[in-house]
Design a protein around this ligand. Sequence first.
Ligand code: ARG
Length: 464
Amino acid sequence: MSDKHSAPEKPWTGRFTEPTDAFVEAFTASVEFDRRLYRHDIAGSIAHARMLAHVGVLTEAERQAIEQGLTAIREEADRGELPWSIRLEDVHMNIESRLTDRIGIAGKKLHTGRSRNDQVATDVRLYLRDEIDAIVRELVRLQSAIVDTAEREADTIMPGFTHLQTAQPVTLGHHLLAWFEMLQRDRERFLDCRKRVDSLPLGAAALAGTSYPIDREFTARELGFARVCENSLDAVSDRDFAIEFTAAAALLMTHLSRFSEEIILWSSAQFRFVELSDSFCTGSSIMPQKKNPDVPELVRGKTGRVNGHLIALLTLMKAQPLAYNKDNQEDKEPLFDTIDTVKGSLKVYADMIPNMRPLRENMVEAARRGFSTATDLADYLVRKGVAFRDAHEIVGKAVRYGVESGKDLSDMTLAELHAFCNVIEEDVFQVLTLEGSVAARNHLGGTAPAQVRAAVARARTRLG
Ligand code: ARG
């Protein structure tokens, strides 16, 4: 933060006789964080200037000077050479002051018919629209990585869990496609939220609109907004679009935290279901054997800050009277950190998933333990005419015998099984295999390898 640029004057000092208290100046300034909006602020200003020229409020020469000046300032900022000043409070006044330094009187006309209130609401919407597009691109990249892995692992058998206890065998491909579905809904939520972000506040001015003959539809077209905000008081004051975005982000992070938890468990010595690439792990400074899954752990941990930002934004908005209040300046840091966290987490996940090696033997071995085909045996008995509740009881007894004798159901002899129910015949061994168990669940949404392949094909078309 530099102040060398000749101690610039604030544009609102006319009615003041005393200078701003030094601490208050720093306390109320937002330029340290809102300067990241500079490209969108400049795009909004150029569109506004074009509109003012279009309706005859600015001359063509003034518009041209403004546009050239703002373009040069953007290049200056891109090079990191724009001197940002805390005395000028925020990104908007910094850029406007720089423009006047560069082009003189025309620069002072840029703010005609607008206020920082509609300006900042426009900037945040423009910025967030771009960031949603970037997030959606990363989501698609992660979903594609998941679909590719699911296709490769369509036949890989692992234990499916409920209560983290072995339940029934599933295919790894099927398990991974559950992650895909969660991310698909997340993507839809972001795209739906984008529709409401895509609305132009400019023209609302401070709160009531402006007395100049503005053409808001013209500005909206210039900025590629789908529509204009209908009510000036609402346009400058509500931040529900940012709250909605953060809510979608919190849900996405919640999903990533669930994937993380599974990857962390799966890569432990107790499970050994997957091996993460060394490039996504770190070691311990004291325990030489350690290879820690820091990446999924960090993503799981970062869920907390995004949930926190959601609560911060909801609380910020609560009970604010119409119209703009300075409270709203506090929307930026939670929103920006949410965007950074989501983008970083998605990027690292999209890079990590293709590098995660399934340890297929260990997964099958785990599915073999834990009586995962007990339901299949019960269903077999039902097909032979036993009522389901009786079948459940019979298989329960067989499992108890298995626990006591250290045998899986498929390890028992026909005579042993027959002792529990005399309808059991030689064909029982087909249903007690893991392959038979997963193949039998052959319907839309089921775990059978054939269904996984069909779901993979559908997922690819849904990715577009
Ligand atoms: N920095 C302010 C914000 O982020 C810009 C709008 C300021 N408007 C005002 N009337 N003080 O909300």
